[in-house]
Design a protein around this ligand. Structure first.
Ligand code: ACO
Length: 336
């Protein structure tokens, strides 16, 4: 059995900054409401007038940086795992698009559909492939183009103000040093709550024809729906459970955490977790203020930023945790 460790990190954000005040142009909201409830000040949204960014092209740009920082070339990568809820096309997924965009050999490409937990799931899958010896270097990407599918009106404000676009990528490589790299990953789901945070159509359960035929102006099934308070209550519980599970599996205590990277769903959730685990500001990294919730990209963008800022050092204990639509949740514990 081999260990796996992160050898390269990168992210990419669209240039276009959308502040809370900018949102007032098309919905009844306020900077005060958004900051108080979520901590978000601004987010990046692809501007289709000035940019041809897409979920897969952003993923490819982030991946390029991660591969370079790993000291590798695209030809050294054995496999691609791409996490997103907002692929460019209904099918195929984003992984094959990155394989093409980066002109990579005909390696395998797998897409992960686990929303805000997408990167955690993707990293865990990559870890298993490396542990078995099947692959040596795996490119793991999380990327989202939310802005293309949000309801930009007062009716959609409860969801629309939260989400942002962006991508992050990691190279996970074989590691022969004992006790280093990914120590464990823990994944969970509870599908009975699928409808509490979802996008109903178009999909085979609610196809475009049906939506068009009904021609109902009140039909919002093609916009994301979130039962915010319900999700919030479950998030705080499941985040905590996933972190405790990760620590216990490795015989560690909360005091051992050097850096917690929580999925950037809501600053209030992250602050609740910080208090619960009695972590100092130096031991938790948040950037939702600048980027909003970028779903499958959020953990990897935050991890990359924290690392770039020198907040993660050799031998640190880094815990990644996420909760989101599905419901799905999980954690990854890393000895850096
Ligand atoms: N601006 C102004 N007012 C608003 C806005 C807005 N953008 N959005 C909603 N409101 C209004 C509502 O209409 C409501 O008004 P009313 O009382 O007159 O009916 C009032 O504000 C309160 O709305 P709530 O939805 O109850 O607000 P809440 O305090 O729950 O905050 C939020 C909403 C921020 C979404 C919160 O519930 C939350 O963060 N939930 C968890 C999100 C999360 O963790 N998601 C998981 C990851 S996402 C993924 O997996 C894709």
């Amino acid at each position: 059995m081999y260990n796996s460790k992160i050898t390269g990190l990168g992210y990419y954000l669209p240039e276009n900054v959308v502040t809370n005040d900018d949102l007032k142009e098309f919905m009844d909201t306020s900077d005060e409401w958004i900051q108080e409830r979520t901590g978000i000040k601004e987010r990046r949204w692809i501007d289709p007038k000035t940019s041809d960014d897409s979920t897969s092209s952003m993923g490819a740009k982030a991946a390029k940086v991660a591969i370079e920082r790993a000291g590798l070339t695209k030809d050294d990568i054995d496999f691609i795992i791409f996490a997103t809820l907002s692929p460019d096309m209904y099918f195929p997924g984003g992984g094959v698009r990155v394989q093409d965009m980066l002109d990579m050999p005909t390696i395998g490409a797998l897409d992960v559909r686990n929303q805000c937990s997408g990167f955690i799931y993707a990293l865990s899958v990559a870890d298993q492939f490396i542990k078995t010896g099947m692959y040596k270097n795996i490119l793991v990407i999380g990327s989202e183009n939310h802005s293309g599918g949000l309801e930009k009106s007062t009716r959609g404000r409860g969801v629309t103000v939260i989400f942002g676009d962006g991508a992050g990528a990691a190279v996970l490589s074989r590691c022969e040093e004992e006790g280093k790299g990914i120590l464990s990953s823990h994944l969970h789901s509870e599908g009975k709550y699928a409808r509490e945070l979802m996008l109903d159509g178009p999909a085979t359960g609610r196809w475009v024809d049906a939506i068009m035929e009904e021609n109902n102006p009140d039909d919002t099934s093609y916009y994301p729906y979130m039962n915010g308070q319900f999700v919030f209550k479950h998030a705080v519980v499941r985040f905590s459970e996933a972190i405790v599970e990760g620590l216990q599996a490795n015989g560690l205590q909360k005091e051992d955490i050097d850096m917690l990277i929580p999925h950037q769903a809501n600053l209030r959730i992250a602050q609740f977790i910080q208090r619960k685990f009695q972590l100092s500001d130096d031991n938790v990294y948040n950037n939702i203020m600048k980027y909003g919730n970028t779903t499958a990209a959020s953990v990897i963008i935050a991890l990359t930023e924290a690392w770039e800022l020198g907040k993660i050092k050799d031998n640190d204990l880094v815990v990644l945790a996420a909760f989101g639509s599905g419901f799905t949740w999980g954690s990854v514990v890393i000895r850096w």
